[in-house]
Design a binder for this molecule. Sequence first.
Ligand SMILES: Cc1ncc(COP(=O)(O)O)c(C=O)c1O
Length: 360
Amino acid sequence: MDKSEIDTPALIVDLDVMMRNIREMAKLARERDVKLRPHVKTHKVPEIAKIQVEEGGRGICVQKLGEAEVMAANGLNDIFITNEVVGQVKLSRLARLREQVDVYVAVDHPDNVSDLSRTMREQGLELGVYVDVDSGMHRTGVPPEKAPELAEAVSKSEGLYLVGIMAYEGHAGGPINREERISLINKAMEQTLLAVRLIRQRGIEVGEVSVGSSATVRYSSTFEGITEIQPGMYVFNDYYLVEREAATIDTCALHVLATVMSRPSPERGVVDAGSKTFHFDMNRYPIAVGIEGVEIVKFSEEHGWLILRGQAQEKIKLGDRLEFIPYHVCPCVNQFDILYGLRRDKVEKSWTIAARGKVT
Ligand SMILES: Cc1ncc(COP(=O)(O)O)c(C=O)c1O
């Protein structure tokens, strides 16, 4: 199948670029002597997760139990759910999954520790747990001062064992300004390593110290004491990462292929991809590639409103196919059933995005 035969809108991945991204991160992990646990919530495709493991990943990370179930059903067997798993319905599912594969979770509350312990005990299982430390993002996680208490609770709970801590510093990759990013990463690593020291002072061993987002990991992995990294977006990259100097246009492996479906005036066009295709969680539009003077300036659900400038006003015709780099790749991938893997305009792979929509 040729690229021209793919119906639009479609997700297309340049396989050479994707493989280079996967191998570069694996090389970075080897050089820094840390374990790489790729976060597969970006692509949600078991076959790509397997490639990441074969290329040097030690297991994978997922965000949701549902993603873990899909990955396990497809042969992945070392899965860290980098999230709190709360509520009896989910705990029962977790126990069933633990019977099949090595699965780990994050905790940030003693009640959750008790519930996990009871569930695992009842089933005669043992579950590995990471204490979730808030290193500055202020989403989930306990402050470093509270980490020893929780680590102790995990260590003393039947059916659970402490793997280490997780301290995701996603917030630190946010600022466009490099000095601000560096300053936030420094603070986050200081908090992370403080948590490790405080837990050890209680006489509790901390195995893994797991950090890292695609925007920060090249720097955060250099800190002494970090043992594991969990970046996700690096597999495809996106314009968010380009703006934060963690990617370039050329390393963005994933494009959305769209068709010009209306050409109302010389300076206006509309493509068949809107907010239901790209998603809009960061309030930023995708970037057109391979052509000058094309800008998406507005979304309807199924329409991307284009402004055309300069030669694009002449060049762009009804039915033309344009390519865009999503601003934030993860929610965009989650909108699709299929991911096409291409080499020089030939479709080599057609992957089912098996864990898309797995939000439970
Ligand atoms: C806990 C956790 N770990 C790792 C990641 C991967 O980070 P990124 O996709 O920025 O590489 C995320 C992303 O949201 C996350 O929430």
